[in-house]
Design a protein around this ligand. Structure first.
Ligand SMILES: Cc1cc2nc3c(=O)[nH]c(=O)nc-3n(C[C@H](O)[C@H](O)[C@H](O)COP(=O)(O)O)c2cc1C
Length: 442
């Protein structure tokens, strides 16, 4: 008996483990979450609120918290989006947590490599090795117009700049050798032979270096990326150390996972490069209770706004459609001339879930094309395990529909099930984000 138990525990210790991040966004990823009478909407500009969310995630032993970022303040009536600049918030959160990783988005289109490398190196020191960088090329003209552009520069230009940006940032982090700090009161503070310029001169940047900040504790903060296009997937495969993805269901996740892992191998890399699709969860002690949580949020959506938005997605006027009836028939994807990605998501939800119009609006309002799991802790753990064991995911980027409620539910009820199954750590084994993700220090 005892021997059997020990073997079981040993196996569990060696088993491949999931990586789980908490993607923090406003009052939650459901667009109407802030309207709930008990939402934390008054606190989105209170740093203690963000610290508490990070502490909840840390109590569940999650790998990291994650902030997305945008550079324009559109649709302010629709609810909170950006409040704090994320790196600034991370500095505070790092002091309110001990082990959890801290991943922030930084745009390679709007920053310069020196500025970005300097801030992230500082944060890696402040957090003692817990920083991650989600490198994005940004999306919207309104953002570009805050940074000296008339419109968003085209995709090829942005990706070429991203590549050069990453290259320069990595070299800046390496510009101080690991042993450079001597702190010898009778001699030198730092060894000048180990603090060297990088003398980068490219199409987009000139950066002499060295950086003003000694080498980050992790060597380099961990590089995340979420490319979907050809260039995006290639950049991710060549450069990213972990990858965010959008996958509606397991087949979609597998297509992405297999394609990107193939590209990683083709790039000659032996790194694990965990892939983490977004995941929206509604957890209840019964399926009905979980559904009720979802319905409660869906009912807070102002229908006129949601219908107007759906109209843009499906290219027709939906304003007169019946909210609590099945969604009217939509033409096949081939006949649709607008943006196909979003239309395909709508068609997929309608085909597989047969929702009422109100349910469809709710699905689109919480995570859009990302996977949604509604159910008991066991059923959600089953589904996560199915993705994890079948080349769909190495972990998940949790997008709780309402904060803090949905992440508390996940940590209290789903995490223990994953832990019991040996799929998720019971405690941190490392003190850096690299350590949590099983990545080597460069
Ligand atoms: C989880 C996740 C978070 C993202 N966060 C941001 C973000 O904060 N800012 C941004 O401009 N783009 C963000 N993106 C968009 C991606 O960086 C990328 O542009 C998108 O997946 C489209 O791929 P492409 O750039 O290869 O066309 C995010 C994507 C995902 C899946």
């Amino acid at each position: 008996m005892g021997g059997g138990m020990a073997r079981h525990t040993e196996n569990a210790a060696q088993q491949r483990q999931m990586h789980i991040n908490l993607f923090i966004f406003g009052c939650g990823h459901h667009r109407a979450a802030w309207r709930h009478p008990r939402s934390a909407v008054e606190r989105v500009g209170d740093i203690a609120y963000l610290e508490e969310l990070a502490q909840i995630a840390e109590s569940g032993k999650l790998d990291a918290i994650f902030f997305a970022d945008g550079h324009s303040a559109d649709n302010p009536a629709d609810g909170p989006r950006w409040f704090f600049e994320p790196l600034t918030a991370m500095a505070a959160i790092s002091r309110a947590t001990e082990r959890i990783g801290l991943i922030s988005t930084v745009s390679s289109t709007f920053f310069t490599p020196f500025h970005a490398a300097r801030m992230m190196a500082s944060l890696d020191h402040i957090s003692r090795g817990r920083m991650g960088w989600n490198v994005v090329t940004s999306m919207f003209d309104a953002e570009a117009r805050n940074h000296g552009f008339e419109t968003m520069p085209d995709h090829d230009w942005r990706y070429a700049r991203a590549e050069e940006f990453i290259d320069a940032a990595l070299r800046l982090w390496d510009s101080w050798g690991d042993g450079a700090l001597k702190i010898d009161r009778q001699g030198v503070y730092a060894d000048p032979a180990l603090v060297r310029p990088i003398l980068h001169k490219g199409r987009h940047f000139r950066v002499d270096g060295p950086l003003t900040v000694p080498r980050p504790p992790q060597g380099h903060p961990v590089l995340f990326q979420a490319g979907a296009s050809e260039q995006g997937r290639d950049l991710a495969a060549r450069r990213a150390e972990a990858i965010y993805a959008v996958a509606y269901d397991l087949p979609a996740a597998q297509e992405y996972y297999r394609d990107v892992k193939r590209r990683v191998r083709a790039a000659g890399r032996g790194d694990p490069v965990p892939i983490m699709p977004g995941l929206v969860t509604y957890v209840g002690s019964t399926q009905a209770e979980a559904r009720a949580k979802q319905r409660e949020l869906d009912e807070l959506l102002p229908p006129q706004d949601a219908l107007r938005q759906l109209g843009l997605y499906v290219g027709r006027d939906c304003m007169g459609w019946e909210l609590d009836a099945p969604v009217p028939a939509l033409p096949p994807l081939e006949q649709f001339t607008g943006p196909k990605g979003r239309y395909a998501t709508v068609l997929r939800i309608v085909e597989t879930e047969k929702p009422t119009l109100r349910q469809l609006l709710g699905r689109l309002a919480a995570g859009g094309g990302h996977c949604t799991m509604v159910g008991t802790p066991e059923s959600i753990a089953d589904e996560m395990e199915r993705w994890f064991l079948n080349e769909g995911a190495d972990g998940f980027n949790l997008m709780p529909p309402a904060l803090p409620g949905s992440i508390q539910d996940f940590v209290d009820h789903v995490v223990p099930v994953l832990q019991r199954r040996g799929l998720f750590r019971k405690d941190y084994q490392a003190s850096t984000l690299r350590g949590h993700l099983g990545l080597a220090r460069p």
